[in-house]
Design a protein around this ligand. Structure first.
Ligand code: HEM
Ligand SMILES: *[C@@H]1O[C@H](CO)[C@@H](O)[C@H](O)[C@H]1NC(C)=O
Ligand SMILES: *[C@@H]1O[C@H](CO)[C@@H](O)[C@H](O)[C@H]1NC(C)=O
Ligand SMILES: *[C@@H]1O[C@H](CO)[C@@H](O)[C@H](O)[C@H]1NC(C)=O
Ligand SMILES: *[C@@H]1O[C@H](CO)[C@@H](O)[C@H](O)[C@H]1NC(C)=O
Ligand SMILES: *[C@@H]1O[C@H](CO)[C@@H](O)[C@H](O)[C@H]1NC(C)=O
Ligand SMILES: *[C@@H]1O[C@H](CO)[C@@H](O)[C@H](O)[C@H]1NC(C)=O
Ligand SMILES: *[C@@H]1O[C@H](CO)[C@@H](O)[C@H](O)[C@H]1NC(C)=O
Length: 329
């Protein structure tokens, strides 16, 4: 005889096994339908890095900016046109800033040749982010797959949800927690600023007259300040590029955190992780600065957490043929 607690449990388990839960990604999603997807993506990213040492950083950032707006659904890749009246590409945080779109398009063409209509653009972006990190010296992880592509873009969302480098730590923390990422995820994922570049206009408010004080940001190292003032003079070109990490600009390592310890965070929001008195982020920064393994393990886990933000699955959305356009448009 089944007890009243055992019987429902058996029915539940049977239903779960018969109908695999929708909305769950897994690492083997393409193992029958596109078995070489991982090597195709990795080879393309490796190739791209040979002619553009920055592109790994750009591809990682693309995944973040995709996921934080309506989930990881490749909405960021849609060009304006047809039903897409306001693209995410034209939102302030992305315009003249996101890069690597040509690499995504190349990967998509290769995949359409080998496994037509199978691999989503959202999964390509997630895989390219992992390849970018691991090929740049960082950790590798098993990317969970099975995302589908959006039919819409959300420009207002991109303007409101992507963190700005002028916000307080409290504001950034709220933006992350709204998509299910906690303080540990925030600190680990911020470690992405260990490679790549930022334009002067994203941190020049710190260099001469911070918050109307008449002086530079007091949390900025004075030696580093002099270098930055030289590269980004007042009334200079705000599009001039600056490395996030002066010592190993294209390597994924834990220098981001050791730089914070000597007040060499580039963005205001970078240094805030350490300089916000009483914040729970401080001990996490110290741990990652002193233990690269701890950072790498947490970064991999936090990338999986970020990659799980509201994916479209099952028969939601579509598999785009061209990552820039909704099918049939
Ligand atoms: C925590 C809040 C964050 C803020 C305020 C922020 C802000 C910025 C800004 C202002 C830039 C420079 C953009 C430009 O010059 O046009 C940048 C670049 C970058 N961000 Fe973030 N970011 C944040 C989190 C993240 C996360 C979570 C990732 C990835 C996991 C990431 C990855 C990158 C990378 C790799 C670059 C360099 C891109 C390149 O060189 O093309 N950022 N970020
Ligand atoms: C991966 O997910 C797909 C779609 O939900 C499912 O068909 C497949 O059985 C899953 N694979 C594993 C190993 O769970
Ligand atoms: C700094 O900015 C404030 C407010 O914008 C302004 O009143 C002040 O004159 C500036 N100081 C200097 C030294 O430029
Ligand atoms: C500023 O720099 C960018 C990128 O280096 C360049 O494309 C642009 O023409 C420059 N603008 C001015 C006004 O010099
Ligand atoms: C500023 O940076 C230099 C390295 O460039 C470092 O030796 C020094 O300790 C830093 N100063 C502070 C106050 O963090
Ligand atoms: C944080 O604390 C330090 C010393 O403990 C102090 O010098 C600094 O002004 C404080 N910063 C803020 C933003 O309150
Ligand atoms: C560094 O972090 C790893 C992973 O969390 C841990 O196993 C190891 O004991 C830590 N090493 C030190 C020296 O604390
Ligand atoms: C554009 O939007 C209209 C109205 O919602 C819809 O009927 C049509 O299918 C959409 N076209 C494409 C290509 O998605």
């Amino acid at each position: 005889m089944f007890s009243t607690t055992v019987l429902p449990a058996i029915i539940f388990l049977t239903l779960t096994l018969l109908y695999p839960s929708n909305g769950q990604l897994n690492a083997t999603f393409y193992s029958n339908t596109c078995p070489n997807v991982l090597s195709i993506v990795k080879n393309a990213v490796q190739q791209a890095l040979q002619s553009d040492s920055r592109v790994g950083a750009s591809l990682l950032r693309l995944h973040f900016h995709d996921c934080i707006v309506n989930g990881c659904d490749a909405s960021i890749l849609l060009d304006q046109g047809g039903n897409i009246t306001q693209s995410e590409k034209d939102a302030a945080p992305n315009s003249n800033s996101i890069r690597g779109l040509d690499v995504i398009d190349n990967i998509k063409s290769s995949l359409e040749s080998s496994c037509s209509g199978v691999v989503s653009c959202a999964d390509i972006v997630a895989l390219a982010a992992e390849s970018s990190v691991s090929l740049s010296g960082g950790p590798s992880w098993n990317v969970l797959l099975g995302r589908r592509d959006s039919l819409t873009a959300n420009q207002a969302g991109a303007n409101n949800l992507i963190p700005s480098p002028f916000e307080s730590l409290a504001q950034i923390t709220t933006k992350f927690s709204n998509v299910g990422l906690d303080t540990t995820d925030l600190v680990a994922l911020s470690g992405a600023h260990t490679f790549g570049r930022a334009r002067c206009q994203l941190f020049s408010q710190r260099l001469f007259n911070f918050s109307g004080s008449g002086s530079p940001d007091p949390t900025l190292n004075s030696t580093y300040l002099a270098t930055l003032q030289q590269n980004c003079p007042q009334n200079g070109n705000g599009s001039t590029l600056n490395n996030f990490d002066p010592s190993t600009p294209d390597t994924f390592d834990n220098n981001y955190f050791s730089n914070l310890l000597i007040n060499m965070g580039l963005l205001q929001t970078d240094q805030e992780l350490l300089s916000t008195n009483g914040s729970s982020t401080i001990s996490i920064v110290n741990n990652f600065a002193n233990n690269q393994t701890a950072f790498f393990n947490q970064f991999a886990q936090s990338m999986i957490n970020m990659g799980n933000i509201s994916p479209l699955t099952g028969n939601q959305g579509e598999i785009r043929i061209d990552c820039k356009k909704v099918n049939g448009s």
